[in-house]
Design a protein around this ligand. Sequence first.
Ligand code: NI
Length: 137
Amino acid sequence: MEEGVTRIGVSLPKNLLDEFDSIIETRGYSSRSEAIRDAIRSYISEYKWMEKEEGEIIGVVNVIYDHHMKGVTDAIIDLQHEFGGIISTTLHIHLDKDSCLEMILVKGEMQKIKKLVDKITALRGVMNVKLITALKE
Ligand code: NI
């Protein structure tokens, strides 16, 4: 066994493991252990940003919204001007006839980013908002 590596045994329902195995096969992992290590790293990273109340982070805010809803497009643009100091760039993708995906790359104080996320989430016509952060480990 490698130095500094601990072996653990985990009990899992069969269907959960089958689904996991099918995903890691598609993604081309050479071993289940490697895939589990990656999965645990993303779990930790996801948890850490939720816990982080302050400090500088970099990430992307994914916003899915219905562009037919009156005023929502303008409101999203207004908010991006208001929060211009923490926004590096924005990517807009027309998903289908009704919905748009706005990917807003953010870099700055976590508190400000949370405020932006909250304001976007509160808009009528916004269906889903998710902040994904890249944390160095
Ligand atoms: Ni669009």
